[in-house]
Ligand binder design. Structure first.
Ligand code: SF4
Ligand code: SF4
Length: 357
C-alpha cells in the first residue's frame, strides 16, 4: 500500500472511523481537499510542479459550494492541503468557512507562510492538527530541496510560532537523496520537540507523468534499512508473505479503501478515490452522490492486466505498489509492476531473512 499521506493516517481515532465509515454505498467520513497546486517553494521531489498544473483552480465560491456538498455528505475529518494551501489569498476565508461547517481540519503546510498574523489567526481558530514537512536539518540542505533562499528561516519561524501558540503540531520528512545524510538529525530534532514525527521515503512521478523527480529516490536497500530491520518488522512482513501464499491475489486492481474509506478533491473540483489516483476525474461541482457511486463502482471493478507479474507475486500484500502508483508509472494502468517497488520487496525479503513456503 502506498498511501502514507492519506487522511486515514492523520486520524488517531481510527476505531471511530472504522465504525462510522467504510460501508460500500456510504460516503467516507474522512478525506482531503487540495485548495491549490500553487506553492511558494519548488521542492525537488514534488509531484505537482509541472506545466499547467495550476490551471482551472476553483474560485472562492466554488470551493465553498464543494465544502457544502462534503458537509451534506456527512464528512467529518477534512485534510486541507496543496500545493501550499496558505498560498491562496482567500485561505482564511475558506478555512473559517470549513471550520464553521463543523469539519475537523488537519492542515498540511510547509509553515513558511506562518507569520505572527497567521499564527494569531490559528490560535483563535485552531485546526485539529497542523502537519509540517521538514526538508532538511541545515539551511543549506533545506534550501537545496526547496530551491528558495530564505525558506529555511521562514520554516523555523513558522514552527516556533506554532509551538508558541500551542497548536497541535506533527512533523514529518521525506527521505530523499538530497537530504538523506541529515535524516537522523531531522528525526532527533523533531522528536526533541516532543511532537509526533513520521517519515516517508516514497517519491512518486509527477501527476503529468514526469519522472525527473524520481532521481531523488533512495536506494532500495537504504529504503528497507530506514523502515527498520527489527523482529517486529520481520514478523509483520513474514505474516504478509504467509497470507499471500494462502490466499491468491484478487484480480481487482484496488484492494485498499480508496473511495470507500477516503476521497480526495483536487483544486479544479474533481473528486478522486484518493490523493494519488488522478485518472478518470469526476466533477463534484456538477455531479452528485449517485453519479459518484456509479463512477467509483465502475472504477473499483477494474482488473489488473492478465499478463501482469503482480497477479502471481508472493509479495503483493506487502508491496508498496498499489493501483495509484502503478497507474502513475505505467501510463494510467493499475496493477502493473513498478521496478523500484519490486526491488524494495526483494531486498526486504533478503535483509529480513523472510522465507516462502
Ligand atoms: S490507491 Fe490510493 S488509497 Fe489505495 S493504497 Fe494507493 S494511494 Fe492508498
Ligand atoms: S510491484 Fe513487483 S513486488 Fe510489488 S506486487 Fe508487483 S511484481 Fe510483486
Amino acid at each position: 500500500m502506498a498511501c502514507n499521506d492519506c487522511i486515514m493516517h492523520q486520524i488517531s481515532s481510527s476505531e471511530l472511523v472504522k465504525q462510522l465509515g467504510g460501508k460500500p454505498g456510504d460516503f467516507p467520513i474522512a478525506g482531503s481537499i487540495e485548495l491549490t497546486l500553487r506553492c511558494n517553494v519548488r521542492c525537488r521531489h514534488c509531484y505537482i510542479l509541472y506545466p499547467g498544473a495550476t490551471k482551472g483552480e476553483m474560485t472562492t465560491d466554488e470551493v465553498k459550494a464543494v465544502l457544502d456538498k462534503l458537509a451534506d455528505l456527512g464528512v467529518l475529518f477534512l485534510l486541507m492541503t496543496g500545493g501550499e494551501p496558505l498560498a491562496r489569498g482567500d485561505f482564511k476565508e475558506l478555512y473559517l468557512y470549513a471550520r464553521n461547517k463543523g469539519f475537523l481540519i488537519t492542515l498540511f503546510t510547509n509553515a513558511t507562510l506562518i507569520d505572527d498574523e497567521m499564527a494569531d489567526f490559528f490560535a483563535a481558530h485552531p485546526p485539529r492538527r497542523v502537519e509540517v514537512t521538514i526538508y532538511g536539518h541545515t539551511e543549506e540542505t533545506y534550501e537545496n530541496v526547496t530551491g528558495v533562499r530564505g525558506s529555511y528561516k521562514r520554516f523555523r519561524r513558522g514552527i516556533e510560532l506554532i509551538l508558541k501558540h500551542k497548536l497541535a503540531l506533527a512533523l514529518k520528512t521525506v527521505a530523499m537523496r538530497t537530504n538523506r545524510h541529515e535524516f537522523e538529525q531531522i528525526k532527533a530534532w523533531a522528536e526533541g520537540l516532543g511532537v509526533p514525527f513520521r517519515f516517508d521515503a516514497m517519491i512518486n512521478p509527477q501527476l503529468d507523468g514526469g519522472t525527473e523527480v524520481l532521481k531523488e529516490r533512495i536506494d532500495p536497500e537504504d529504503y528497507v534499512r530506514l523502515e527498520g530491520l527489527t523482529d517486529h518488522h520481520r514478523d509483520h512482513y513474514q505474516k504478509l508473505l504467509d497470507m499471500a501464499q494462502k490466499k491468491p491475489r484478487s484480480r481487482k486492481a484496488f484492494s485498499c479503501g480508496a473511495g470507500i474509506k477516503t476521497f480526495h478533491v483536487d483544486p479544479r473540483g474533481n473528486i478522486h478515490p484518493c490523493m494519488m489516483w488522478r485518472n478518470n476525474p469526476y466533477s463534484l461541482k456538477t455531479g452528485d452522490l449517485d453519479g459518484w457511486h456509479q463512477h467509483l463502482g465502475a472504477l473499483r471493478q477494474t482488473e489488473i492486466p492478465a499478463d501482469s507479474g503482480c497477479g502471481s507475486c508472493a509479495h503483493h500484500l506487502a508491496c508498496n505498489n498499489c493501483a495509484a502508483t502503478s497507474a502513475l508509472e505505467n501510463g494510467g494502468v493499475p496493477g502493473r509492476p513498478v521496478g523500484y517497488y519490486c526491488q524494495i520487496s526483494y531486498t526486504r525479503e533478503k535483509l529480513l531473512n523472510l522465507h516462502r513456503f
